[in-house]
Every structure is written in C-alpha cells, then in structure tokens.
Design a protein around this ligand. Sequence first.
Ligand SMILES: Nc1ncnc2c1ncn2[C@@H]1O[C@H](COP(=O)(O)OP(=O)(O)OP(=O)(O)O)[C@@H](O)[C@H]1O
Length: 251
Amino acid sequence: MTILQTKNVNIYYGEKQAVKSVSMDITRGTVNALIGPSGCGKTTFLRALNRMHDLTPGARVEGDIILDGQNVYSGDIDPVVIRRRIGMVFQKPNPFPTMSIFENVTSGLKLVGVRDQRTLMEVAERSLRQAALWDEVKDRLKTPATGLSGGQQQRLCIARALAVEPEILLMDEPTSALDPQSTARIEDLMGDLKKVTTIIIVTHNMQQAARVSDTTSFFLNGDMVERGATSDIFTSPRDERTEAYVTGRFG
Ligand SMILES: Nc1ncnc2c1ncn2[C@@H]1O[C@H](COP(=O)(O)OP(=O)(O)OP(=O)(O)O)[C@@H](O)[C@H]1O
C-alpha cells in the first residue's frame, strides 16, 4: 500500500533547478534508497518530503507530495506536524548536548505535552530497543548523551526519531560519519525498523543500498533516471547511465 506519493516534484534554489519532475510511490514498510553522484539532488529531494526546505532561504518546491492522501504542502497543514509524521536522521549524530539519554529520547513526546513518567519510560524503552541501543544504555539513562560513542549517538538519534512513531523515517547518509562496525549495526537495524516505519535513505555507499533497501532510485543532475527493485537496479538496470554508475564507471 502506498504511504507517500510524489508527483512532478521540481525543486529550485533561486534560479537554479536542483530536482526535476520526480514522481514516485513509496510502499508502506519498505526501505527505499536514493543513490547517485554528488550534487545530483538526492538530499534536496529528501528534505522536500518533510518540508525541511521551509527553513532554507531561496528554496522553492513545486508539485505534489502526498502523505496518506494528504498534501504535505497544503496551506492548512502545520509543518511541525508533518515533521513529526515524517522524521529525520542526519549525517552527523546530533543528540541534544545538554540532555541525558532519557531526555533525548523523550524530547519529542514532552513537546506534545506528555508528562506521565511511566509513559515516558515505556516509550523510551521501546524506542531504544527498536534502535538496538537499550542493552548498552539501560543502566545509564540519566547520564549525558554526549558520553556515548558516535555509533551509539546515531542509534540514539534513531530512537529519538522513532519515539513519536513516525510513519516515515528519512535518513540522510546516516552512517557516513561512523566506523565500519557502527555502520554494520545500523545496517542490521534497518530490516527491523521497517516493521515499525517506512524508510527513505540517501546513501553514497552502493553496497549499503544493495544490502539494506527494497527499492533503489538513481538520480543524475536532478533527474530520477531510474527506479526499481534494488536487485534489478544493481543487476539489470534498464538505463545505460544507471548501469555505468552501479558498475563504478563514474561518480
Ligand atoms: N542551500 C542551497 N542553496 C543553493 N544551492 C544548493 C543548496 N543546497 C544544495 N544546492 C545545490 O543543489 C544541487 C543538489 O544538491 P544536493 O545536496 O541535493 O545533492 P546530493 O545528491 O545530495 O549531493 P551529495 O551526495 O554531495 O550530498 C547541487 O548543485 C548543490 O550545489
């Protein structure tokens, strides 16, 4: 079942067009990779999905982005609510530095007025388990998040995003600042995460896309050249530009 649909999405920075007429249907409970060479528009497209460009001066998004039947850009929708329904994990782990592990995970719930300690604790445990971090932090929930390793901080950011039960989780190169072991842990996590949410991930790492995703979209110069089942994109792409990229001939 389709959870998110984009129709002819064009994105501009001032006069410059960074994304050209991208249409795609994202199926609930899948992992969807966006790949392509540097500057091809992957991050720009990803950030349009939950209205992050509202905060970028000069950025303009045209076309339709429809979440569960509702246009994300419709005038009567609060972008804050959209960003709760479509969460985001960034390239560099960004836990709130003055908060404890527990406060980080529960920060989104507190913002919407949840105060009951038992509820907060239940959600913290559930989210930290989903992010495969619970066992490592359960005895030090009240200690600063900055005391965690980079890989643990990124899993904390995943837990923080999951705590508000987003329908979609956007991940912008979530492992590019991590060592191979932490990267492997997060890749292992993806298969479980799609049981609770739908993932759209930008990655530079083609092996990662091949390992974790169900569908892959190949971007080039702002165009989405090709999208399909990940196995097809990597073994029998239809477009010669996709083939050149996935076989490492450019990019
Ligand atoms: N805030 C901005 N203002 C102006 N131009 C921008 C801005 N952000 C990105 N661009 C330009 O838009 C184009 C697409 O950039 P984008 O970051 O989406 O590419 P990308 O595929 O994610 O690249 P990378 O893999 O290097 O992150 C590039 O030409 C980039 O220089």
